[in-house]
Ligand binder design. Structure first.
Ligand SMILES: Nc1ncnc2c1ncn2[C@@H]1O[C@H](COP(=O)(O)OP(=O)(O)OP(=O)(O)O)[C@@H](O)[C@H]1O
Length: 275
């Protein structure tokens, strides 16, 4: 797949907290390019530096050394969806909340209304516009957080473990909304510890103790093995998603699969050829 020009580029970027001078840097010599329209997943164990990298990419904190360049004329360039939607909710009602950021940006009233309606529709919350935010479920609050981001019309959205507090149905909803936004051309940066969520990404960047341990295709992350028959996913200490486990088990039993799946739908298609 061909992506547009680079949106964000990190060259030899390191980050250390001033308060932890003697400890190793949280991010070490990170080189990374994110292109316009791409879906990049950033994975890694607890403490590997994912959220720190998110803060740098979102310009919330400066790097200690190295260079970050942004090729984003739009304002605001990136919007973030955090793990806990309660940290992002400000308004009393759904409608008020979704309008808050736009008011702060000085967007004119008729435009605010139009954007709010469009964004709420996109995440399926239009019927709840007058509902107090306090009465929303966690999943609905997360959809509201996404709607608030969309109102600002950023070219890129960064989801920092945005599904980790949600039940499977709400998780599915959020992923579907993100997929739709990606189809519309938004750049998606998806931070996660859920290996099955990597399936939607075009590229996986895996962090290990602050360093980029892998930067490549999702397929290779799960299926390319070293001399010890360990994939990148195995080496980072994660269990591969169920789809990959089933495919590997079929291959081990002697099935010749035409291609290797990362999503359940791909697995279904491949297996149906053998029926
Ligand atoms: N304010 C701080 N001062 C010093 N060290 C910090 C601070 N905030 C985070 N750290 C350390 O930075 C490291 C990376 O944290 P970060 O939150 O980026 O990791 P993460 O991969 O997002 O982890 P998780 O999956 O648990 O959210 C951790 O070792 C953490 O303890």
């Amino acid at each position: 797949m061909n992506f547009g020009e680079h949106l964000i580029k990190l060259e030899h970027v390191s980050f250390a907290y001033a308060s932890a001078e003697k400890a190793p840097a949280i991010l070490q010599d990170v080189n990374l390019t994110i292109r316009r329209g791409e879906w990049v997943a950033i994975a890694g164990t607890n403490g590997s530096g994912k959220s720190t990298l998110a803060k740098l990419i979102a310009m919330l904190t400066p790097a200690t050394s190295g260079e970050l360049s942004f090729n984003i004329p739009e304002q605001p360039p990136i919007q973030l969806v955090f793990q806990n939607p309660d940290t992002q909710v400000i308004g009393e009602t759904v409608y008020e909340d979704v309008c808050f950021g736009m008011e702060n940006y000085g967007i004119a009233e008729p435009e605010i209304h139009l954007r709010a309606q469009t964004a709420l529709q996109k995440v399926g919350l239009e019927a709840l516009a007058d509902r107090p935010v306090a009465e929303l479920s966690g999943g609905q609050k997360q959809l509201l957080a996404i709607a608030s981001c969309l109102c600002m019309n950023p070219p890129a959205l960064l989801f920092d473990e945005a599904t980790s507090m949600l039940d499977p149905r709400s998780r599915h909803n959020i992923i579907q909304v993100a997929q739709e936004l990606h189809r519309e051309g938004k750049t998606i940066i998806w931070i996660t510890q859920w290996m099955d969520e990597l399936a939607w990404a075009e590229r996986v960047v895996a962090l290990d103790q602050g360093k980029v341990a892998y930067n490549g295709s999702t397929l290779d992350f799960f299926y390319q093995t070293d001399e010890h028959n360990q994939s990148f996913c195995d080496r980072l200490g994660f269990a591969p998603p169920y789809t990959v486990q089933v495919a590997l088990s079929l291959v081990n039993k002697g099935f010749k699969l035409d291609s290797l799946p990362v999503t359940p739908a791909e697995l279904g298609k491949i297996v149906s050829v053998h029926l």
